[in-house]
Design a protein around this ligand. Structure first.
Ligand code: 4AD
Ligand code: MG
Length: 442
């Protein structure tokens, strides 16, 4: 095979090469044979195409080499592109020549059903399968949409550090690492505190990176390492943040609907659910959410009667969101269950100006955020109350000493958002290599 590189095309470009002779480089996805014809299906990362190799038209060497190939063998083929409406993807290739790069006979993942543990142990290979491929393509679009949304809206990207000297979201979920000379550092739980500094410098900022929570939660929504995008705005309120959240989510859903049509088909996603994600989203006061939960309990739909003052569990969130076909924004949570930095409702000091955005279809909280406390004295008290070391927060307190203004922001977990967009059960499939309570490998 001579012109291996010269006319190489990708499978998602085949429509531009009908009637032409091209080279495709990829891996064997499947091989069927019917006597004197072989139907190798090739995948190359951009799609899957079926080739047709007729025994009488190829050399005996090529026929023999192709005939024995197992799934995931690596090969390049040359052939002529033909439009075929019956073919998956709409094109087929009449094979002329082939070059085998790597012959495989015992690929561990076969079309038969495998258990989740087995697949997770083989995550490095599982990524090649159609469904995983589709999910990670959606993830890429979610990430791209997030960046475009903020970049086009006057936000400056100002990333926060990953090694931090103190907690942001409470001390119970910190991963500790040895820094130098006996000093401890912690993997960041959220870039928010740093965002508050950069927001005072740039006005509107976002950070976007990995965050870590040593959460011993074994649920379909929890990872120990996840990616979070966090916008923060100076001179902004709880209302501003809710408006920003609904605009962002609508933008993401819109982009996924347009850019990932094929992937949503592979995932059998009900796209009407995504089309419904348009502003305005319902806004629900915590008190009213609690009333709703009480009704649910009275109707026998919720096992236990929810106590005012607590944080919602997954069944509570699912019940609340089941009333809407859009995300619902629950605001004014009891300060008791929220982080130390939350601003208080001036009329009801026990309530925090915080919001959780609960996605429909049982996906639960995808966004958490709110307005930040502005008073130096109040924050000093809160830091003490939460038993946080004040010296580690002196720089943060400087933001209240020098030009403190109302400001607000939120954080969205990329994996929870992606799972929701895809309509899949568990966040573990939305990141290439998930880290969870019982999973550090591969
Ligand atoms: O609600 P959280 O804890 O909020 C914060 O960290 C704020 N400091 C953000 C801010 O205001 N800048 O987390 C925000 C979001 C959640 O709504 C959820 O989507 C995601 O991060 N998240 C997780 N995703 C996967 N696994 C976990 N263990 C997660 N914990 C939070
Ligand atoms: Mg939260």
């Amino acid at each position: 095979m001579e012109k291996v590189t010269a006319d190489r095309v990708f499978i998602n470009e085949l429509s531009q090469h009908v009637g032409q002779e091209v080279t495709i480089k990829g891996w064997l996805y499947n091989l069927r044979s019917s006597g004197k014809i072989l139907f190798p299906q090739l995948r190359d990362g951009t799609g899957v195409v079926q080739c047709v190799a007729v025994k009488a038209s190829v050399t005996p060497e090529i026929w023999d080499a192709l005939k024995g190939l197992g799934q995931e063998s690596a090969l390049a083929i040359r052939g002529t592109v033909r439009a075929d409406s019956r073919a998956p993807g709409g094109y087929e290739i009449d094979l002329i020549d082939a070059q085998i790069f790597s012959e495989v006979h015992d690929y561990p993942i076969t079309p038969k059903e495998h258990g989740t543990e087995f697949l997770m142990d083989h995550r490095h290979l599982w990524l090649r399968s159609r469904r995983q491929h589709a999910i990670l393509k959606v993830r890429h679009t979610v990430v791209k949409a997030v960046r475009d949304f903020f970049d086009n809206d006057g936000f400056t990207l100002a990333d926060a550090p990953i090694f931090t000297p103190a907690a942001c979201e409470g001390t119970t979920t910190l991963f500790e690492v040895d820094y130098f000379d006996g000093e401890k550092a912690y993997l960041t739980q959220s870039g928010q505190l740093y965002n508050e500094a950069t927001a005072a410098a740039f006005g509107k900022v976002y950070c976007f990176g990995p965050t870590f929570r040593a959460e011993k939660s074994k649920t379909r929504r929890h990872l120990t390492e996840f990616w979070m995008v966090e916008p923060e705005m100076a001179y902004a309120t709880l209302d501003d943040v809710m408006t920003l959240a609904e605009r962002m989510l609508a933008y993401i859903a819109g982009r996924v609907l347009v850019d990932r049509v094929e992937e949503l088909k592979v995932l059998e996603r009900d796209t009407a659910k995504l089309e419904a994600i348009v502003p305005p989203f319902p806004r629900l006061h915590y008190d009213d959410a609690v009333k709703m939960l009480h009704e649910g309990h009275e109707k026998g739909l919720l096992e236990t009667r929810f106590e005012w003052g607590g944080d919602f569990g997954a069944p509570d969130e699912t019940y609340i969101s089941s009333h809407y076909d859009k995300p619902v924004m629950v605001h004014h949570y009891p300060a008791e269950v929220k982080a130390f930095y939350m601003a208080r409702d001036p009329e009801r000091n026990d309530l925090a100006l915080g919001v959780d955005v609960l996605a429909p279809e049982g996906y639960g909280e995808v966004i958490g955020g709110g307005e930040r406390a502005t008073s130096l004295e109040f924050l000093k008290e809160q830091i003490a109350l939460h038993e946080l070391p004040q010296e580690a927060f002196e720089w943060y307190l400087d933001l209240r000493r020098y030009g403190s203004v109302p400001h607000a922001g939120f954080g969205m977990g990329i994996e929870r958002c992606t799972a929701w967009m895809c309509g899949i059960e568990h966040v573990r499939e939305t990141i290439p290599f998930p880290r969870m309570l019982y999973r550090l490998r591969p």
